[in-house]
Design a protein around this ligand. Structure first.
Ligand code: SF4
Ligand code: MG
Length: 335
């Protein structure tokens, strides 16, 4: 499949009063057409900064690109002017946010918000844009779209607003859709529906999707590939199956262990004790060392390299070094 996105050695920092916060450190990943990549991690792992960097939504300064490239359709977004980025945003890359109310305009009907981008970016007439708007609302599963298109966001339910926002994001047929915690504010049933919808849209529109989430449970049915971020770095990446059934990084094990298991009545959440590293002064070795039950001396002093476990799975952990003791995943991390 054709590569839509190639991120290479991306590092993004923020200059703050206390010093330089190294929010994203040497991150590389790719995305193909019609593929969904989930970027998973706790808050402060760098996942949202990564997503915002792709959209060039980081305020600079205090933010800055320290290193690396973001090739979208072969062109480096890091080098684009703000003006060029404005064209790319909303036309080729769209983003949907956690809280629809912050990105939907309360003073405009949903239909008008869809039409605006169709008129601006695709040169449609008002009538054409209106008809396309109805199609899009239908596509995202909004009932009675002919009437709903003339309503304001406050007349929609929470789940419908999320769908409305997705319809707006899809209006220009983007090649890539970035969804930052798109379901966090929704109840479980609606969450499942929105993720289903995103999966179908990928098939129907061919768009590549980046799904940002702190919840590995959300990923199981929605993503083709998963990148696990911790302390500003990707610590493990693989196909969804590899991450769920053959994870090799202790942090991924921790995330798997903190997922509620459906068959268990007495849900025993193994939340990972401790807190993420201070990115003002990131550890020189493995970012997870302070919380890792398997940490060895080498982990504190040296950053582990990636070990390629398959053509798709890469894991940065000293346990994969042949000299390390053999460690099996804990019971709680087994699906
Ligand atoms: Fe744990 Fe060491 Fe692996 Fe880091 S490198 S995850 S500290 S075992
Ligand atoms: Mg976030």
């Amino acid at each position: 499949m054709k590569k839509v996105l190639e991120v290479d050695n991306l590092s993004v920092s923020f200059d703050t009063f206390g010093g330089e916060v190294k929010a994203v450190r040497d991150v590389s990943f790719e995305l193909s057409k019609q593929e969904t990549l989930a970027i998973v991690g706790e808050s402060g792992s760098g996942k949202s900064v990564t997503a915002q960097s792709l959209m060039r939504l980081i305020e600079m300064p205090p933010g800055k690109f320290v290193d690396g490239s973001i090739k979208f359709d072969g062109e480096d977004l890091v080098l684009k002017s703000d003006k060029q980025m404005e064209d790319i945003r909303g036309k080729e890359i769209s983003m949907i946010f956690q809280d629809p109310m912050t990105s939907l305009n309360p003073t405009m009907t949903v239909g008008r918000q869809i039409s605006e981008s169709l008129i601006k970016h695709q040169g449609m007439t008002k009538k054409e844009a209106h008809n396309r708007g109805i199609e899009l609302l239908k596509l995202v599963g909004i009932p009675n779209p002919e009437a709903r298109i003339n309503q304001y966001p406050h007349q929609y339910s929470g789940g419908m607003r999320q769908r409305g926002m997705i319809a707006i994001a899809l209006a220009c047929n983007p090649k890539m859709l970035i969804a930052d915690e798109p379901t966090t504010a929704l109840d479980v049933t609606i969450q499942a529906q929105i993720l289903d919808l995103m999966r179908n849209l990928k098939e129907q529109t061919g768009a590549a999707i980046i799904l940002i989430t702190h919840d590995l449970g959300v990923v199981a049915n929605a993503a083709d590939r998963v990148a696990v971020m911790y302390g500003g770095k990707i610590v493990e990446t693989g196909s969804a199956d590899e991450i769920f059934y053959n994870a090799r990084h202790p942090y991924t094990w921790g995330l798997l262990g903190s997922m509620p298991k459906l068959e268990d009545d007495n849900v025993d959440l193994h939340a990972i004790p401790g807190s993420p590293p201070d990115l003002l002064d990131p550890p020189k070795g493995c970012p997870f060392a302070a919380r890792c039950p398997y940490a060895m001396k080498v982990c504190e002093d040296h950053m582990p390299e990636y070990t390629e476990l398959s053509s798709t799975q890469k894991t940065a952990c000293w346990l994969l070094d042949e000299r390390a003791p053999k460690v099996e995943p804990p019971e709680s991390a087994i699906a």
